[in-house]
Ligand binder design. Sequence first.
Ligand SMILES: Nc1ncnc2c1ncn2[C@@H]1O[C@H](COP(=O)(O)OP(=O)(O)OP(=O)(O)O)[C@@H](O)[C@H]1O
Ligand SMILES: [Mg+2]
Length: 227
Amino acid sequence: MDILKIEHLSKIYGKGETAVKALDDVSFSVKKGEFVAIIGPSGSGKSTLLHMLGGVDRPTSGKVLVDNTDIYNLNETQLAIFRRRQIGLIYQFYNLIPVLTVEENITLPLLLDEHKVDKKQFENIVKILNLQTRLNHLPNQLSGGQQQRVSIGRALISNPAIMLADEPTGNLDSKNSSEIIDLLKMFNKTFNQTLLVITHDERIALQADRVIAIEDGRVAKDEVIRP
Ligand SMILES: Nc1ncnc2c1ncn2[C@@H]1O[C@H](COP(=O)(O)OP(=O)(O)OP(=O)(O)O)[C@@H](O)[C@H]1O
Ligand SMILES: [Mg+2]
């Protein structure tokens, strides 16, 4: 089953002489549970693509269907709800809220959605991420690897169908980097969570089921490594 369908997606930033075509007629589909690595040179449009898939920013033209819902047909409120429930987003620099504790950062998406925190699920995630002893700490009291684990917790708490990660290990040393990728892979394999990871690291790309290369806003290569 295709959980994600991207049809003729284009994104132009700006207008007139300074306009930049960041995505140029991109189409592909992703199966539920697939682990896709997205590679390509700096400025090729990888982050733009991930933002369009995550409902963060609207495309100039084209469609994104998640579970057969055309997400850009939704109004802003519906899109925000969709994003919080269906999409987990992870960034290179964690994007945690500095004045909130680890526990508050992780449970924030549920609170925004006025959903109660399932204590068991929360404890389970915290245990897997090995953050039990850091729940009352602030982000700036944590190591980089710990901060990234918090951002994974925040992405996982609503049990999203799709996990989108933009260079999640770009700021980490190799030990922390493998730990983060192993965690993402574990959720991908155990819960059949669809995983898209942008990476410059070939070792990470080679662990994926499929590698999509973006160049100049287009799909330059799309290769299945593990069918
Ligand atoms: N908000 C924006 N306004 C204008 N142009 C933008 C904006 N965001 C991105 N761009 C341009 O769109 C193109 C694609 O950018 P994008 O961030 O998607 O690249 P990337 O592949 O993620 O690069 P990197 O590997 O360096 O992160 C670039 O030329 C960039 O300058
Ligand atoms: Mg980028």
